[in-house]
Design a protein around this ligand. Structure first.
Ligand code: EZ4
Ligand code: CO
Length: 391
């Protein structure tokens, strides 16, 4: 099962996605997602210029060896760009292996532990009434777990510019005055049974996060996410000592080495890595197994900049894991439906993999060609004094 060809497809059906297709001489092909939001062309070039030439002629069945070859072979290991490139190769090779076996991918990981994966949606609003309307709409679609994000009263409107990152204003004091009441208002509106989540997006100091986590304890949140910048795990100890509100961290991690201190010290309750940004299924399976030692469950990152291909991969793995927790599901732009035909589906609060061989997601390259790449950036945050903060 030698690799005949591999190519990178960059498209923008409502937002940018980078996809790698690997083809074998026997006629099988598989695809993997390599999207790094805001830095897409760096991964595309990494794959095109450095990885694809080494793949031609390799045995597509050697998934582990190819992972090690690309990881060790780079010498400069890790990082979001290199690991997303490895992830795309890895997921495409798992896709091919499952197609060659004539099985849906979850069968290669030990078979189903569950039939459907519970998921959570994103509710957001410029203000509280808008947020509550969004929550009601999602409840009507069957969601029983909802992430709540809301504009903070008094902060200036974002300054948008098409050519450079939008500039938002951040004020942690204004946020901390507003957030507990916002979360309480939603809890009062939906009752006790809906799982409520909130993402702090790395914006607080340790002591601010500890105070917030303690203040919202009576609301019984499903989790608080990314309370502080992700680089320093030691600060999470302070939050943990202050509060029993569950914590979820890890969407920006690339490596199993990024997670083991958080897991070993039981500083988190949910691990948020995703196949695309944490080295593909080969490494994320290891992370999930490691997390299980401390009863830490998975919550794979599933914002809309994880392509439908990453969802296919994540759902097949989630279907097998004893410690699957919940899958984030923010949805995708409708134009992506034609570009990425897929077997996975949402219904009544759950996601299913489907039974198509492989991970069940394909890319229609003709449809993709109708949506050329559009340079875009994530926003940045500035404080009132003009200095930069974490977005
Ligand atoms: O802001 O994926 O939990 N989800 C998130 C995401 C991230 C984006 C960044 O590209 O924090 O919405
Ligand atoms: Co997040």
């Amino acid at each position: 099962m030698k690799i005949r060809d591999a190519r990178v497809i960059v498209c923008s059906p409502g937002r940018n996605y980078v996809t790698l297709r690997i083809e074998t001489r026997s006629g099988l092909s598989g695809i993997g997602d390599a999207t790094v939001n805001g830095r897409e062309m760096a991964v595309a070039a990494y794959l095109r210029d450095h990885v694809v030439p080494t793949l031609i002629g390799r045995d597509a069945a050697r998934v582990e060896d190819t992972w090690q070859y690309l990881y060790r072979g780079a010498y400069w290991r890790g990082g979001p760009i290199g690991m997303a490139a490895i992830a795309a190769v890895d997921v495409a090779l798992w896709d091919i292996k499952a197609k060659a076996a004539g099985m849906p991918l979850y069968q290669l990981f030990g078979g189903a532990s569950r039939e459907q994966m519970s998921c959570y949606a994103h509710a957001s609003g410029a203000n509280l009434p808008e947020l509550l309307d969004h929550v009601s709409a999602l409840r009507a679609q069957g969601f029983r777990a909802i992430r709540l994000q809301c504009g903070i009263p008094g902060l200036p409107e974002p300054r948008d510019s098409p050519a450079v990152p939008a500039e938002h204003t951040w004020d942690s004091d204004a946020y901390l005055r507003f957030a507990p009441g916002m979360l309480d208002a939603v809890r009062c509106a939906v009752g006790a049974e809906v799982a409520l989540l909130h993402d702090i997006h790395h914006r607080l100091t340790p002591i601010e996060a500890a105070r917030l986590a303690r203040a919202v304890e009576p609301l019984n949140l499903f989790w608080l996410e990314d309370p502080t910048p992700a680089e320093n795990h030691e600060v999470i100890r302070l939050i943990r000592r202050a509060s029993v509100t569950p914590l979820a961290i890890g969407e920006v991690f690339n490596s199993i080495h990024d997670v083991h201190a958080l897991l070993r010290e039981q500083l988190i309750d949910y691990i948020r890595v995703t196949p695309v940004h944490a080295g593909g299924l080969t490494q994320v399976r290891r992370i999930a197994d490691l997390a299980a030692l401390w009863q830490i469950r998975t919550a794979f990152h599933g914002a809309s900049d994880m392509s439908p291909v990453t969802f296919g991969a994540a759902l097949h793995l989630g279907r097998t894991l004893p410690n699957f927790g919940i899958q984030e599901y923010a949805g995708h732009p409708s134009q992506a439906d034609d570009v990425f035909p897929r077997a996975w589906a949402y219904s009544d609060g759950y996601l299913t993999t489907g039974e198509v061989h492989g991970h069940g997601v394909d890319i229609d390259e003709n449809a993709a060609a109708r949506f050329p790449y559009v340079r875009s950036y994530l926003p940045v945050n500035r404080l009132a004094d003009g200095s930069l903060w974490n977005w």
